[in-house]
Design a protein around this ligand. Structure first.
Ligand code: 5AD
Ligand code: SF4
Length: 440
């Protein structure tokens, strides 16, 4: 009699890259006979794939792990594994805090996971602990086990060489390495064949993608030729590496969507220098101008970070000015959080929490108002929406995104993956409502 396959529950936190890694882990486990379950209660193994970019994210994971540890004290055979960036940052010390954790694996160690789990299950206690992996790992041959949806993530590179002074990523994800184009084209072809109309290329800094003669603009040329691919997006672009050649490719349009995520972080040159970002606010805004004249319908999104060490009210005011000048379509706003081991951690974290909170609220208010205004300008206009799911708030509506990445709701009965042309009728906050119109 063959033994019952072992059931694994996996939960991923953090950025798109980390969600993609979760799909790599699922695939590696399934290839070795494990079954991935969406019900934690029936799992023999619980894996938490973590983010380490801010303390808040780590505290949430620690809370979750404490609950799992209590469960394990009652069901001693449960195996608990911690993966991802926080695992790589804390290594063995994670088990000092929560001894019930069996395995701690950083982002380059996942190939060892099936073997480690089997060892633990067969009672080899020596396996417990932290494992690290090959520093050049790209999981190039692993076809991720994708979650359902219309958007397939495809990592084109891993790691980061920028060392922004506040950021933990280079320490936990290692040096930058790019995957060969053929491997990326193969993975996208497989995703398109499996029914994904949209692909999101992922890298910590996609603009510095390079494999031999192929840079990022050339890679986009290759991807754009893939038959059946309808929409192409990419994440994240670093302002200092955004090239004229890339702007030219975006201006050509086609499958390349008119949306760009370009983290500004701050509008103060003094703070940008201390962050080691490699641009001034003027340079950032010049790029934005260049982009807008090349891609008039561009939706620009960003990351903003307030409360960096020694940030004054005047520095922050310059961030608000940058927001005003750049006209973002959406923004992810953060309060600075000390990451031990980074360069900024040597500076005093001297902006009081209450001031950070207040600055963040002001950034959010300013961005929200702009986002709403950009959508209101769409009223009366047409847009093509790729539908994703029945709206969770109203089952007679479908929700999807325009090519710009804006959320749109459309009444009627549709299928996932349908493209519908709508005329925008109404806007509330970040959402637009429209009625289907026929293609001319
Ligand atoms: N504290 C707060 N936010 C951070 N980010 C990166 N490091 C930190 C930190 N130490 C934000 C940046 C980055 C996004 C992914 O997370 O804005 O672009
Ligand atoms: Fe993603 Fe950075 Fe968080 Fe790691 S630390 S999951 S790379 S955002």
């Amino acid at each position: 009699m063959t033994p019952e396959p072992l059931k694994v529950y996996l939960d991923s936190y953090g950025c798109q890259m980390n969600l993609y890694d979760g799909e790599i882990v699922s695939s590696l486990l399934q290839a070795d006979g494990f079954v991935i379950t969406s019900r934690a209660a029936e799992a023999q193994v619980i894996l938490i794939n973590t983010c380490g970019v801010r303390d808040h994210a780590e505290q949430r994971v620690l809370g979750r792990l404490r609950t799992l540890a209590a469960l394990k004290r009652r069901h001693s055979r449960l195996i608990i594994g911690v993966l991802g960036c926080m695992a790589e940052r804390l290594r063995e010390s994670l088990q000092d805090q929560i001894p019930e954790v069996d395995l701690v694996l950083g982002p380059d160690a996942y190939r060892q996971l099936p073997h480690l789990l089997k060892g633990l299950i067969s009672g080899d206690e020596g396996i417990r602990g932290y494992s690290t992996g090959a520093l050049r790992e790209t999981y190039g041959d692993v076809q991720p086990s994708r979650r359902e949806g219309i958007n397939a993530f495809v990592a084109i590179m891993r790691g980061c060489d920028n060392f922004c002074s506040y950021c933990i990523v280079p320490y936990v994800r290692g040096r930058e390495r790019s995957r060969p184009p053929e491997e990326i084209y193969r993975e996208i072809n497989e995703a398109v064949a499996a029914g994904f109309p949209e692909v999101m290329l992922l890298g910590q800094n996609v603009n510095s993608y390079r494999h031999e003669e192929v840079g990022f603009p050339e890679l986009l040329d290759g991807v754009a030729q893939i038959t059946g691919l309808k929409r192409l997006r990419f994440l994240t672009s670093h302002p200092k590496d955004l090239s004229d050649a890339l702007i030219e490719r975006m201006a050509q349009g086609g499958v390349i969507c008119p949306s760009l995520h370009l983290p500004a972080q701050s509008g103060s040159d003094r703070i940008l220098t201390a962050m080691k970002r490699g641009y001034t606010s003027e340079k950032y805004l010049t790029k934005v101008e260049q982009l807008r004249s090349a891609v008039p319908d561009l939706a620009l999104t960003t990351d903003l970070l307030c409360g960096f060490p020694a940030e004054t009210e005047e520095d922050f005011r310059q961030t608000l000015e940058l927001i005003e000048a750049a006209q973002f379509d959406d923004a992810f706003t953060f309060k600075y959080s000390v990451r031990p081991g980074t360069e900024a951690a040597k500076l005093p974290d001297d902006v009081p929490e209450a001031v950070k909170v207040e600055r963040m609220e002001r950034m959010i208010a300013s961005c929200r108002q702009q986002a709403n205004a950009s959508r209101k300008r769409m009223i009366g206009q047409q847009a093509e929406v790729l539908l994703e799911k029945v709206s969770p708030k109203n089952s007679s509506e479908w929700s999807g995104r325009t090519a710009c990445g804006r959320m749109a709701l459309v009444p009627g009965e549709f299928n996932r993956g349908d493209f519908v042309r709508i005329r925008v009728k109404q806007v509330k906050g970040f959402s637009m409502w429209g009625r289907k119109v026929n293609y001319e």
